[in-house]
Structures are given as C-alpha cells and as structure tokens.
Design a protein around this ligand. Sequence first.
Ligand code: GLU
Ligand code: ZN
Length: 487
Amino acid sequence: MVERVRARFAPSPTGLLHIGNVHTALFTWLFVRHHGGEFILRIEDTDRERSTAEYERLILEDLKWLGLDWDEGVDIGGPYGPYRQTERMQIYREYAELLLARGWAYYCYCTPEELAADRARSAALGEPPRYSGRCRNLTAAERAALEAEGRQPVLRFKTPPGEVVVVKDLLRGEISFNTDDLDDFVLVRSNGVPLYNFAVTVDDLTMKITHIVRADEHISNTPRQILIYRALEAEPPEFAHVSMLLGPDRSKLSKRHGATSLREYKEKGYLPEAIFNYLATLGWSLPDDREIADREELIRLFDLSRVSRSPAVFDPEKAAWMNGVYLRQADLTVLTELALPYLREAGLLSEGAPVDLDWLQRVVDIGREGISCLSELPAAVELFFTAQPDYDREALAILAHEGVREILRRFRDSIATWDDFNPEAVREAMKEVPRAMGLGLGKAFKPLRVALTGRVSGPELYQVISLFGRDKVLARLDYVTDHLLTE
Ligand code: GLU
Ligand code: ZN
C-alpha cells in the first residue's frame, strides 16, 4: 500500500527563522509537494520562557513569503489539531497515562540535589552521567511517602537495558544505538510540561506523520523516539536527517557569516524565488548541474534520496549572485512595486508624491543591472533623482584633464541636435563625437560620464543619457563647463 506522504516542519517560536531551519523546511516541503502529500506546520512552544506569540507570527509570515505553504497548521487547523504544543497538554497526559499503565514509564521523585550527587559520583568514577534507577521500582507505599514530603515527580521512560535500537535513515542508512547509552530519560517535567522527545513523538504519531525530515542534530534523539513508538505499540515513521548548513569557512552557519535569518534577507531586498532556488541547491543538485530552476521544476525534480549526507556551505556571495540573476529576470512592474519602499526609505521618493511610473520602471530596469539586492538600488539610481550631482575628488580630477573642455563642447553641440533619445539611438549617436575627434570611445565617454553623473562608474552611459533626455544633459554640461572646468 502506498501511503500518502505527510511530513511536518516544527519550529520553536523562540527567534526568527534561521536560514538553516528554512533549508530543512524547504527540503521537507519539496519532498511533500513532489509526492502530492501534506505539509503540516506545528509550533513547538513548550519552552514557555523563550517562546513568544510574536515570533510565531513572524515565522508564519516568513514561511509564506518564501512560498512554503502548509495544508494543516496552527493558523488554519486541520483534522489532527491543535497544532500548537501548549494546546495539546491533554493529549500528552493521555499518552503518559498509557505508558504508565503499560509499565513503560515511572515517576521519579529524586531532588535536584540527589541527581547532582549521582552525577558527581559517576564523574568521579569516570563514567558517563546516568540516572541511578533509584525510583524505578518504588512500591506504592514508598511513592505515597515521597509525595507526602511534597515532592513533585517527573515521569521517566523505563529504557530496556542491553538492547540495540536501529535508526533506519533514508539518507544515512542504519545507525545503531545501545539502549544502555540512552538512560531512563525524562518524558514529562514535574510541572506537567512534556519534554521534546515525548511531545514530538506523541505529535508525530497522532498527526499521522509518515516521514520525519529534520536537521541531523536530532539523530541522537531518534532512538529515544523509536523506543516511545515501540512502547506505544506503534510503527515509527521514516526518518531523514538533513545535514546542517555551514558558513564559507566550514564552521556552523552563524552571525559571523552575515545575515542568518530569513527575515534579514527579505529586508535586504532578496526575492523569495532566489532564496528558494539557492537553498534548494545546497546539499542537493539538479540532475544536469544547472543552478537556476523555478519552483515547479524544483518540485518535479526534487529527490530526497539524492540529498547529500555531508554538510553544504551557505555562501552569502553566491546567494547575492543568484538574487541578481532573479532581479534581472523579474517582471519589471512587480519589481518596481517592490522597489518603492527602498526608494522611499532612501528619501529618493516621497510618500504620496506623484511618480511617473514609466520613467520609474526605466530607472529600476537600469538600476537592477548592477545590484544584487533591492536595498542596493537607491545608491545605484540616486543620480536619476538628484538635481545636481556631487562631484567627488576622483570626478574633479578627470574633469581637470587636458582636452576635456573640447570633448564636452563637442558633445554638447552634437547632443543639442539629437531628436531621438531612445537607448539604441543614443548608443549609436554617442559614437559620432569620438569618431570625428579621432578619440577612443572610452577616452571620450569618461569625462562625459563624470560631467553628467559626478561619478566615474555607474549604469551604462547611453542609458543615463536616454533617461535624462536632452534638457537635463545640456544643463549639466553647461553647469560643468561654467563652474568646474579649470582649464
Ligand atoms: N522544534 C524542534 C526544532 O526546532 C523540532 C525538531 C523535530 O523536527 O523533531 O529543532
Ligand atoms: Zn528518581
């Protein structure tokens, strides 16, 4: 029987979505969508000190921005809800009762001091810290006595000794664990809050998850979860542990490597399609080693079994490069809309003031050529918004070169006669002056660029002239000739 794939992403709302988590979520999502299954968004908020409703809201917003939609989840519900762990306490209590009734769990009344003393004893003997088993076989009378002292017990799993638990990982093959190393781990805290391994197993079981795709940091938790499935007489799902991303220096991806949250990339003006495409190719590759593919194609081609076991490197420069590719192929109307907040923020446009949309689209079109994210756009296109550029030292030095006055005069005379300012017409017409003067194109264009823009580099000069139009070009040439030329 081919069962329908159900996989989940289960973030804890204790911070912004880390790019590494997003990578795992994306692989899970691609796997589900490839198989036409269901993607479930569960919020693991049992850490009440660090979880906030605001982080939960931002996580949902950022996943939506990236286009990772879900079929069941906290906000939309579904047949196996609730999908927020703090709302599932009754379910955990029922399963705890079941484990107790079947003899797979027991109450432990040890105080923190007793446990610390046990750990110190193990350490002195050079043994790994392990629960002593003190409360494993308490009689009802002993339990009653400890409770009479006011002790609040934790619930521990009764791990069977001397067994081997095999994790069958879809990416890594079989990984064996000896139960003697797993300890009688805690299922539920004394305040009734379940711990990760217990809550996640109950959730995955009751939500009918078929495939657990998650970060490899959870491999060591998996044998404990398998033991709980077994104790509940349930079949564990399939597991696939994806390697965590590294930074370019091959250390764990962190702040040192630049932006690490998805939101920072969004705010810098990355396009979701670009991040989606880039993350999909980390630790997995398109069959023909292509790098650019759209969402539909990635869904069609994605193959979980081909995901690499070794960690992939998240290279911010490569991400920037890919975003540039996407910026240049984006629909211009959409991109201009996305660019507006950045241009406003930089003070180039004011809120509510009328803008010539055709003109603005041309500006964005020219500006996107040389940038890798939208937050770089204002600096690239500022020259189109200012009445008069600032001429920096480098620019003034070029204007001081011998012959510049003559070159600019000739350009002025020529441009005054042009009546077609379309980019292609300008590109051709610009060559007349250098030809007539017997000058190389670069030699003639450099002072012209500086005179018009105040800088030595920037967007293509013919584009600048085309966008400025005759009056603005002539005015700037006159200003430079009258005020800045020394020769
Ligand atoms: N809340 C856990 C985490 O973010 C989920 C782990 C899992 O997928 O089992 O690491
Ligand atoms: Zn105990």
